[in-house]
Design a protein. Structure first.
Length: 100
């Protein structure tokens, strides 16, 4: 998943899906300066990482953001490191208020 998120084009595609889900390949391709095949490769990589899910609607394939893996990264790698800092600041505030 980290490799999928490392590419700026893939992150931009995820941002587009965050703004409005259910976009087709053509809609996403219109937003980036690359070939249709290039966009397909990026979307495939995002699907393999579990960050994008698709659904067929007639002849079109709609793409949707799957925020669960990103939330898991947040909970596992980001949240635990910020918690300590927030707790330290809250403790400092309590101590300073107790001194006055």
């Amino acid at each position: 998943m980290f490799k999928a998120l490392a590419d700026p084009t893939r992150r931009f595609l995820l941002d587009l899906l965050f703004e409005r889900e259910g976009r087709t390949l053509s809609e996403l391709g219109a937003e980036v300066d690359m070939t249709r095949i290039g966009v397909m490769k990026h979307l495939r990589r995002l699907e393999e990482a579990g960050l994008v899910v698709t659904r067929r609607s007639g002849r079109e394939k709609l793409h949707f953001l799957n925020p669960v893996p990103i939330r898991q990264i947040h909970d596992r790698w980001i949240n635990k490191y910020t918690e300590r800092q927030v707790s330290a600041l809250a403790d400092l505030k309590t101590e300073l208020e107790a001194e006055t």
